[in-house]
Design a protein around this ligand. Sequence first.
Ligand code: SF4
Length: 101
Amino acid sequence: MLGEWLKTFTSSKIVLIVKGNYYRFTGKNKQLYSKRYLICKDCPLNSKNKKDLNFIQKLWALFGQFCTDCGCPLKSKLTEPLSECPQLHWGQELKIKNNGN
Ligand code: SF4
Protein backbone atom coordinates (compact mmCIF):
# COMPACT_ATOMS: atom_id res chain seq x y z
CA MET A 1 0.00 0.00 0.00
CA LEU A 2 2.71 2.52 1.00
CA GLY A 3 4.90 1.28 -1.84
CA GLU A 4 2.11 1.85 -4.36
CA TRP A 5 1.45 5.34 -2.96
CA LEU A 6 5.17 6.18 -3.15
CA LYS A 7 5.32 4.94 -6.74
CA THR A 8 2.30 7.06 -7.69
CA PHE A 9 3.64 10.11 -5.86
CA THR A 10 7.15 9.97 -7.34
CA SER A 11 5.74 9.64 -10.86
CA SER A 12 3.25 12.50 -10.42
CA LYS A 13 3.55 15.44 -12.76
CA ILE A 14 4.62 17.97 -10.13
CA VAL A 15 7.39 15.72 -8.80
CA LEU A 16 8.66 15.07 -12.33
CA ILE A 17 8.75 18.82 -13.01
CA VAL A 18 10.62 19.51 -9.75
CA LYS A 19 13.11 16.72 -10.51
CA GLY A 20 13.46 17.96 -14.09
CA ASN A 21 14.28 21.44 -12.82
CA TYR A 22 16.85 19.96 -10.46
CA TYR A 23 18.53 18.15 -13.37
CA ARG A 24 18.28 21.27 -15.48
CA PHE A 25 19.90 23.59 -12.92
CA THR A 26 22.61 21.07 -12.03
CA GLY A 27 23.41 20.48 -15.70
CA LYS A 28 22.50 16.78 -15.67
CA ASN A 29 20.90 14.83 -18.52
CA LYS A 30 21.87 17.35 -21.20
CA GLN A 31 22.18 14.62 -23.81
CA LEU A 32 18.71 13.33 -22.98
CA TYR A 33 17.33 16.86 -23.27
CA SER A 34 18.99 17.41 -26.66
CA LYS A 35 17.77 14.09 -28.03
CA ARG A 36 14.18 14.72 -26.97
CA TYR A 37 14.22 18.38 -28.02
CA LEU A 38 15.01 17.34 -31.58
CA ILE A 39 11.52 15.82 -31.59
CA CYS A 40 9.74 18.54 -29.61
CA LYS A 41 11.13 21.50 -31.52
CA ASP A 42 9.14 20.65 -34.66
CA CYS A 43 6.10 19.20 -32.92
CA PRO A 44 2.87 21.11 -33.68
CA LEU A 45 1.96 20.81 -29.98
CA ASN A 46 5.05 22.74 -28.86
CA SER A 47 3.85 26.18 -27.69
CA LYS A 48 6.33 27.92 -29.98
CA ASN A 49 4.71 26.28 -33.01
CA LYS A 50 1.08 26.99 -32.08
CA LYS A 51 -0.54 30.14 -33.40
CA ASP A 52 -3.78 29.87 -31.42
CA LEU A 53 -2.58 30.01 -27.81
CA ASN A 54 -5.20 31.23 -25.36
CA PHE A 55 -4.50 33.97 -22.83
CA ILE A 56 -3.26 31.64 -20.08
CA GLN A 57 -1.05 29.76 -22.53
CA LYS A 58 0.43 33.04 -23.76
CA LEU A 59 1.30 33.93 -20.17
CA TRP A 60 2.76 30.45 -19.57
CA ALA A 61 4.83 30.79 -22.75
CA LEU A 62 6.60 33.82 -21.25
CA PHE A 63 8.49 31.32 -19.06
CA GLY A 64 9.62 29.22 -22.01
CA GLN A 65 8.36 26.60 -24.40
CA PHE A 66 5.84 24.12 -23.08
CA CYS A 67 3.87 21.18 -24.36
CA THR A 68 0.30 22.30 -25.09
CA ASP A 69 -0.95 18.74 -24.66
CA CYS A 70 0.19 18.14 -21.08
CA GLY A 71 1.10 21.73 -20.11
CA CYS A 72 4.57 20.83 -18.89
CA PRO A 73 7.52 23.19 -19.40
CA LEU A 74 9.86 21.53 -21.87
CA LYS A 75 13.10 22.59 -20.18
CA SER A 76 12.30 20.49 -17.12
CA LYS A 77 10.18 17.78 -18.78
CA LEU A 78 12.87 16.81 -21.26
CA THR A 79 15.61 16.36 -18.65
CA GLU A 80 13.63 14.01 -16.39
CA PRO A 81 14.30 10.41 -17.48
CA LEU A 82 10.93 9.17 -16.17
CA SER A 83 8.79 11.70 -18.04
CA GLU A 84 7.04 10.75 -21.25
CA CYS A 85 5.62 12.54 -24.24
CA PRO A 86 1.79 12.45 -23.97
CA GLN A 87 1.72 11.59 -27.69
CA LEU A 88 4.30 8.82 -27.16
CA HIS A 89 6.90 10.44 -29.42
CA TRP A 90 9.61 9.82 -26.80
CA GLY A 91 9.99 8.64 -23.22
CA GLN A 92 10.12 4.94 -23.80
CA GLU A 93 13.91 4.91 -23.42
CA LEU A 94 13.93 3.48 -19.92
CA LYS A 95 11.18 0.94 -20.58
CA ILE A 96 13.02 -0.34 -23.64
CA LYS A 97 16.31 -0.44 -21.72
CA ASN A 98 14.68 -2.27 -18.80
CA ASN A 99 13.09 -4.82 -21.11
CA GLY A 100 16.49 -5.59 -22.57
CA ASN A 101 15.55 -4.53 -26.12
S1 SF4 B 1 6.17 16.37 -25.36
FE1 SF4 B 1 5.40 15.29 -27.18
S2 SF4 B 1 3.43 16.27 -27.67
FE2 SF4 B 1 4.56 17.63 -26.29
S3 SF4 B 1 5.68 19.04 -27.62
FE3 SF4 B 1 7.07 17.34 -27.18
S4 SF4 B 1 6.77 15.87 -28.85
FE4 SF4 B 1 5.02 17.29 -28.87
